[in-house]
Design a protein around this ligand. Structure first.
Ligand SMILES: *[C@@H]1O[C@H](CO)[C@@H](O)[C@H](O)[C@H]1NC(C)=O
Ligand SMILES: *[C@@H]1O[C@H](CO)[C@@H](O)[C@H](O)[C@H]1NC(C)=O
Ligand SMILES: *[C@@H]1O[C@H](CO)[C@@H](O)[C@H](O)[C@H]1NC(C)=O
Ligand SMILES: *[C@@H]1O[C@H](CO)[C@@H](O)[C@H](O)[C@H]1NC(C)=O
Ligand SMILES: *[C@@H]1O[C@H](CO)[C@@H](O)[C@H](O)[C@H]1NC(C)=O
Length: 342
């Protein structure tokens, strides 16, 4: 009898003929989401799909956070700019970089900072703007390089409030045909270091707009001598987290490639993120992050790396993510960093 009742209720619900999620509190929540994140949808159908995936993703966030409440997981999630698309679409927005990294290794500093904790942003009191690459251009390769040069230069020059440097200049000048899809940080670092008159301009002179249209978009310098002149960069072998730590603790912000294609990363909001082991093998997506520090988290009893992303400040811990630091999940992957400023 009970089964029959449930069954007829389902029939009734289906019989309404419209989107079953498209009403009540769910709809109110979705409308609020649309307003908060300034979403626009080209068609009613696109809006209905967005509504559907928003409810799905929001429930996924709730499940993750219920686990966090019971200390059964080490990180939390939140609804963000990606919560109206499927995970598979998110993964497709950030296609795997075509990385043919040419090794440019140097000998890591022999000693590392005596402390077991270091953070180049907070320890030096740097004010660094968190950038937002938007949802239409997979440009983390450019953002990560611009931020690493900006942070490195700030540390070298003891400037606690550096001007934001232009990722757009790198997208336009180093992107080639793949600036919004599969380009890599090394392309940007090569452009910056190969020519003696090459400067990375401040964002005010070369604004970020996250578009890439065609080759030849590279704009002329706003004026002579503006910006940062990088003269060399270096790489770290995959899996070599010992060297990664030595460089980071010596004030080198290192860019690493990471697989973003998980619910946990897409909607990460706080805590120490531990990647599903399934996401560690054969990733189909890439996001480049800047490693800025490391520490131990007492709440979760985990060591972590702290990394800057380019999904804006509503994502993660004000734009940063803490990723578990452990030997069997090394972070160093296609790791590369600016090493000499003129
Ligand atoms: C939405 O737009 C408003 C007004 O332009 C802006 O203040 C706000 O930061 C935007 N929100 C997001 C998440 O982009
Ligand atoms: C640049 O860095 C690479 C790798 O760290 C090193 O092998 C090379 O000698 C450096 N070049 C110059 C001109 O210093
Ligand atoms: C991003 O792409 C989507 C789909 O192609 C389009 O509808 C939207 O207007 C684009 N948004 C921006 C900010 O360019
Ligand atoms: C983006 O910036 C580039 C370089 O400044 C410029 O050429 C292009 O027109 C801009 N695109 C948009 C949509 O504003
Ligand atoms: C949560 O779990 C971790 C790992 O098992 C443990 O070290 C920590 O003490 C727990 N925290 C609380 C508040 O129970």
């Amino acid at each position: 009898m009970f089964k029959l009742l449930v069954f007829s209720y389902l029939l009734l619900a289906a019989g309404q003929g419209s989107w079953a999620f498209n009403h009540g509190q769910d709809l109110i929540d979705f409308n609020a989401y649309v307003e908060t994140f300034n979403k626009t949808y080209p068609t009613t159908s696109a809006r209905s799909f967005a509504n559907y995936y928003f409810i799905y993703n929001r429930n996924q966030v709730a499940q993750q956070n219920a686990l966090a409440d019971r200390n059964r997981t080490t990180y939390r999630e939140a609804v963000n700019q990606f919560s109206d698309i499927r995970l598979i679409q998110f993964a497709a927005l950030l296609p795997r970089a075509v990385n043919t990294l040419t090794s440019h290794a140097s000998t890591p500093p022999a000693t590392q900072a005596s402390s077991t904790t270091f953070d180049m942003i907070t320890d030096f009191g740097l004010t660094v703007n968190v950038e937002d690459q938007g949802v239409n251009c997979s440009s983390s390769w450019a953002y990560a390089v611009a931020k690493s040069v900006e942070i490195f230069n700030a540390i070298q020059a003891a400037n606690a409030a550096p001007a934001s440097l232009s990722a757009q200049q790198l997208i336009d000048c180093a992107g080639m045909g793949t600036g919004c899809s599969t380009q890599v940080p090394q392309a940007a670092l090569d452009i910056l270091t190969q020519y003696s008159d090459s400067y990375l301009y401040p964002e005010v002179d070369y604004p970020n707009n996250n578009t890439w249209k065609s080759q030849g978009m590279c704009q002329p310098p706003p004026s002579v001598g503006v910006g940062v002149r990088l003269t060399n960069y270096s790489t770290i072998a995959d899996g070599d987290d010992v060297s990664l730590m030595r460089y980071v603790s010596s004030g080198f912000p290192v860019v690493v490639e990471y697989n973003p294609a998980t619910f946990g990363f897409m909607q990460y909001s706080s805590g120490v993120y531990v990647q599903d082991t399934s996401a560690l093998t054969n990733p189909k997506s890439s996001q480049f992050l800047v490693v800025v520090g490391f520490d131990h988290d007492a709440d979760t009893n985990l060591d972590y790396w702290r990394c800057l992303n380019s999904f804006g400040t509503t994502w993660g811990e004000n734009g940063y993510i803490r990723i578990v630091r452990r030997d069997n999940q090394p972070l160093a992957k296609n790791a590369i960093f600016p090493s000499v400023i003129a």
